[in-house]
Design a protein around this ligand. Sequence first.
Ligand SMILES: *Cc1c(COP(=O)(O)O)cnc(C)c1O
Length: 391
Amino acid sequence: MSKRHPAGRHFLQIPGPSPIPDRILRATNRQVIDHRGPEFATLGLTVLAGMQRIFQTRHPVIIYPSSGTGAWEAALVNTCSPGDRVLMVETGHFAILWKKIAERLGLLPEFIPGDWRHAIDPAQIAQHLAADSAHTIRAVACVHNETATGITSDIQAIRAAIDSVGHPALLMVDTISGLGAMPYQHDAWGVDVSIAGSQKGLMMPSGLSFHALSPKALEASKSARLPRGYWAWDEILAANVRGFWPSTPSTNLFFGLVEAIQMLEEEGLEQVFARHVRHAAATRAAVARWHLEVLCQDPACHSPVVTAVLMPEAHDADRLRQIALEHFDLSLGMGLSKMAGRVFRIGHLGDINDLTLIGALAGVEMALGLAGVPHERGGVQVAMDYLRETA
Ligand SMILES: *Cc1c(COP(=O)(O)O)cnc(C)c1O
């Protein structure tokens, strides 16, 4: 905690949790209601239908009172059996965490190694599945937007790769930091289990996680043999039909979720996605002017929600972050696991406008100067030029 009262507002530029708009904060600030009563049923049906529109699915969605990690576990326990093989790809820190959960559950994840600088290569997935002629791989589990690296993978291309070799594996996608900020189409892309969280693109407090399901995933859950109690889809879906949950739902977060969905739809999902793409491009323009390197080496795969920036040799990213926080009340994302100290991440997702971004980039540029990191000034100017030209 800062020792003195900081004037103005804090710049929370981490890639989730993202800043919560006042409208959503106010919506959650209400007396709780009876979660078995008629008023609740309307609320429950409203959030379920709203999340179907956000996931772009006609099929059931699940809402859990948990962070995204819970929904990772839930996706596996509802569809897999002990000893099942699961194909995963090392996009970065979050892919590694999901794989660890699979291991703890007694699954056999097969990890396609990655260098944290490129997106998932669909050809590698096709190759791996083609070698599995007995079809013992139960699922392909991918991270859509790897928040640790700022790299987005092409889910449609991964679906096509699975289909190209005629493999029946389920496709599970973690879009925890993608949903609500970048295009996502659960049905059209042929995803079996999509996984999301409330505190990133949805601009909500943490504490809700989501699944979108395909009929194939629901079918798989009937024969899956991993034990599951709290996470089991069947009881939740049965109660959801009438707008209820088997256990106490996060009612006040649901009030906020109604508002969040309304805000996304008022702006228009396409406009929301375009705003994120534009802010990511402005951020990269600033980084280029600073002569720093963006971690993502795949020009087509830059994340619209977060930019990871490599520090020059012998300069510590965490010291830069500390200076940004102390001097400018600006929080930047840290480098995770093998990128600790080597990268800092600029989150540009959720409730962000042009001037928020410029303020954040100005904080980074001044912090680079105070930290003695070699760079060329003028990144903020380049970002302003880009935003003006594309206004
Ligand atoms: C944030 C995040 C998670 C973890 O979600 P929690 O809500 O922290 O449990 C998983 N995957 C990705 C891609 C994330 O960005």
